[in-house]
Design a protein around this ligand. Sequence first.
Ligand code: C2E
Ligand code: CA
Ligand code: CA
Length: 397
Amino acid sequence: MEYRRRFRAGETVFAQGDAGQCAYVVEEGSVDIFTRAGDREILLATRQPGELFGEMAIIDDQPRSAGARAVTDCTLLMITRDQLNQRIERTDPILRMCIQVVLRHLRDTLHRLTNDGARLDAGPPEQLSREAREEALDAIRLEQELQGALDQDQLVLWYQPLVDLQKGHVAGFEALMRWRHPERGLVPPFTFIPAAERSGLIVPMTRWAFRRACLDLKDFQDAATHPPTFMSVNFSGKDFMSPDFLDAIDETLAETGTAPQVVKLEITETLLMHSPETARQVLGACRDRGTSIAIDDFGTGYSSLSYLQSLPADTLKIDQSFIRAMLNDDSSRSLVRSIVGLAKGLDMKLVAEGVEGMPEAQALRALGVDYGQGYLFAKPLPRADMIEVLRGWQDPF
Ligand code: C2E
Ligand code: CA
Ligand code: CA
């Protein structure tokens, strides 16, 4: 596959009406983009080094709406259909719809330019656009409903205990978000957190959750015989990018009278990989305040160990997939054992997620894992039910 092509001055790069194979970036020289109205040729643009052209036909899979011709000898870098389309498919559905709409308007304008102002009879939207539009509309609706959920107090936090595997009491909690939808009932986070992250709504949602969790921890501490010492809250990449992140944390800690030492920020490796430098700085500032930091779903991302070591994290949460496989599968057991060694070497606390049975719990305890979280001990529960569970808590071992 060639990635670069050279054209002589005057040579055609592609003709109007051709099927598009790739888009181009001018590296050297210049290229005229033109359209035809009868015998007349209308120059639309001249593309210079660094500029992109020929992308329209690639994005919407329609014939070339204009021709392209080398003005001088030139070198063009090719962008394949796959390179562009894979990115467009991965992008936000609302953005994808905007791209399609803009393209259609542009084609319509070009058509009118060359057909005495006649509108383009675009015909019925092809299958792909209809699907893209439906997806975009669903996304818009979901985001607006989510905004409503925030405004109307429909979000709730449920809590799952993290059990000290050596002592058998509740050491802390993880706050897990739910949406009490007026029609759909209780909506689990995987159906709305991604939309909240895409739209940026996650920022006010996390702020709300952080405040609520700080307040509820006090009630849990009052209810338990061995007062739990920490509350874990899930954070997403967007939270860290927000410029007043640290101010908001400080404000909530002060307002709720919460010591920074009792809060744990849970973040995933994926979040860290997107902007490693910002993550390191913001997390460093959190650590300076005394808050603790846990790497969630550990073992499922691809971050390098040297990067992880450079982070101010103090807790690793071993992903549930390893715990589940541990009893039947030697390699998973060895992996968990290695993570225990790693955590001890780095002086980090370890949490095993998704502990569903006593045999795993015993095995993890024997390996020296600090905390266990999972259905064996308790499912995530609303605040009031959690208080009841704490009152009647007994050592599960
Ligand atoms: P996560 O942070 O890894 O949370 C642990 C998930 O594992 C929870 O699912 C929990 O209910 C589930 N779980 C706990 N023990 C067991 C077990 O023994 N077996 C099995 N099969 N599952 C168990 P949940 O509450 O549905 O949350 C799913 C994900 O949604 C969370 O995964 C987290 O990534 C995200 N999430 C939840 N709440 C928030 C939030 O407030 N903010 C953000 N940014 N993300 C959240
Ligand atoms: Ca988590
Ligand atoms: Ca997890």
